[in-house]
Design a protein around this ligand. Structure first.
Ligand SMILES: *[C@@H]1O[C@H](CO)[C@@H](O)[C@H](O)[C@H]1NC(C)=O
Ligand SMILES: *[C@@H]1O[C@H](CO)[C@@H](O)[C@H](O)[C@H]1NC(C)=O
Ligand SMILES: *[C@@H]1O[C@H](CO)[C@@H](O)[C@H](O)[C@H]1NC(C)=O
Length: 481
């Protein structure tokens, strides 16, 4: 029995090649799951690799001894400091890498991601000049710490650092305005045997270009194929990946290893973001890479991290309302759709275990209140600003609510995020707490999970319900005794 459980991931890693499938673990959530719960979720679903956006202490401690390969991250706002001071880079490596790999319960740190998409155009070039010096200083610090053989540096880049002059992969090269910066980085990665990391998003192409042929985003081979010399492309992922391979090759780095740092599809917040499309994309991607064939330009296993593991309800929605819905799992670690990661035979994802929810109650728009009440607009915009209304709007999971339903949804979101505090359902007398689930059809009115307080450095300030819970636990214990 037991050997079978462990043998399945092993067999998969033989099919997928090096390291199986990875997941991005972001924590920009009002109620992040406890790190130990997430590590169990990763293990129970057979993820062999995880990519972090920081080097949070409790996250890394939870990963200790799990064997899961870890990519730790340096946030963009630290790049200037690390670029300017080798001492700062040494401190970073000492505190955030050495401390975890040298201890008795070792964290399997394999990569340090220096920055996150630092060349994104929305940053106006703010990190162009600091990324490479930071990369250099972190590498030097890893060498000094004696870790440079096991821990490699990389820079997760957005796919628009390269483009094609011909619209074919073979026309690929790094963007001319950042070509020199890219050459510095690529040269450096190549010299130290480190990988190029790129994030590839067919969904974003579809979102930004109304003429994008939707079938080309998926892996079913239904799109009109693109012919490029002797290569034929049936999906955007392969074409995009190969545009990078061509760009590297053209500049003399055709063998540089590539990691797909992020790939995925959101499930809400846009008309193309739903579970069906996400399931189709993610399963298509998994099946595509598990064949081990690779792309026309780069045969062999594809090293990839799904974006993302769990929804994050506190992410900025500047890029779009879909930003908070990238998870393969909902905020509470429940699976959104069936997905065969190749690590389990059944194709069913295993939900997070031991989740504690708040009480079964919701905050809604008082049935006796009037839709034209002058307080409706200000209370809703307040609730949506502090809560999460990204599931409202055209084509979303709650897009067909009526006006009262919309208001209730906003109120409930704010109420749950504030741990069902009585004060969080006032809304100038327009809100009322109900025990009847207001969910309709695809529109789910969530009940929040119990806040987790162990997360160092994350003070959410919502202490309201913690005491009653521990008091009731003590009462239960006393009764049992
Ligand atoms: C370790 O990394 C975190 C970011 O994840 C950062 O806040 C902290 O300052 C780092 N420690 C040092 C000593 O640089
Ligand atoms: C980038 O520039 C635009 C327009 O000049 C500005 O609105 C925006 O705040 C800038 N963003 C950053 C991150 O500097
Ligand atoms: C509900 O809210 C969404 C998003 O704010 C809006 O687009 C939609 O028109 C609203 N529906 C009704 C019936 O008020």
């Amino acid at each position: 029995m037991a050997w079978f459980l462990y043998a399945a991931p092993l067999l998969l890693s033989m099919v997928l090649g090096v390291g199986g499938i990875g997941a991005n673990w972001g924590t920009q959530a009002t109620h992040p799951l406890p790190p130990a719960t997430v590590v169990n979720l990763l293990r129970n679903n057979g993820f062999q690799k995880v990519k972090l956006f920081d080097a949070d202490y409790s996250t890394l401690r939870a990963l200790a001894g799990s064997g899961i390969e870890v990519m730790v991250g340096i946030p963009n706002d630290m790049l200037a400091t690390l670029a300017g001071s080798s001492k700062a880079a040494e401190n970073w490596v000492s505190k955030n890498v050495s401390a975890h790999v040298g201890s008795t319960s070792t964290v399997n740190i394999r990569y340090v991601a220096v920055g996150n998409e630092p060349f994104l155009s929305t940053y106006n070039g703010s990190f162009l000049r600091t990324t490479y010096p930071a990369l250099r200083n972190v590498q030097a610090a890893l060498i000094k710490a004696g870790l440079s053989n096991q821990v490699k540096v990389t820079v997760p880049l957005n796919a628009d650092v390269y483009s094609s002059s011909t619209d074919l992969p073979s026309g690929g090269d790094f963007r001319s305005d950042i070509h020199d910066y890219m050459m510095q980085i690529v040269n450096f990665l190549s010299y130290y045997g480190a990988p190029f990391t790129v994030n590839i998003y067919p969904f974003i192409s579809l979102y930004t270009d109304p003429n994008f042929p939707i079938e080309y985003a998926f892996f079913d081979g239904n799109a009109t194929p693109l012919t490029d010399g002797s290569a034929t492309y049936y999906n955007m992922f392969d074409a995009n990946y190969d545009t990078l391979v061509w760009a590297l090759q053209k500049n003399g780095f055709g063998n540089l290893p590539i990691i797909v740092g992020e790939v995925g599809w959101p499930t809400d917040g846009d008309k193309n973001a739903n579970s069906d499309n996400a399931q189709r994309f993610s399963q298509g991607f998994m099946s595509h890479i598990s064949s081990g064939k690779g792309t026309p330009m780069r045969t062999g296993p594809v090293d990839a991290y799904l974006f993302s593991l769990i929804d994050e309800d506190a992410k900025s929605i500047t890029p779009g309302n879909f930003e908070r819905h990238w998870g393969v799992f909902f905020f509470d670690g429940s699976p959104k759709y069936s997905l065969n990661l190749g690590t389990t035979n059944s194709g069913t994802l295993v939900p997070a275990q031991g989740i504690q929810y708040l009480a079964r109650q919701w905050c809604i728009f008082k049935p006796s209140a009037k839709l034209d009440d002058s307080q409706v607009a200000p209370t809703v915009s307040f609730a949506c600003a502090k809560g999460d209304c990204t599931s409202l709007g055209y084509g979303t999971s709650c897009g067909s609510l009526n006006a009262a339903g919309n208001i209730s949804y906003a109120f409930n979101s704010y109420y749950q995020i504030n741990n069902q505090l009585d004060d969080a359902c006032k809304f100038s007398g327009l809100g009322v707490v109900t025990k009847v689930d207001p969910s309709v059809g695809t529109c789910k009115f969530n009940i929040m999970i119990q806040p987790y307080y162990g997360h160092a450095g994350h003070d959410h300030g919502f202490l309201g319900k913690a005491l009653p819970l521990s008091v009731s636990l003590i009462v239960v214990l006393l009764l049992i005794l």
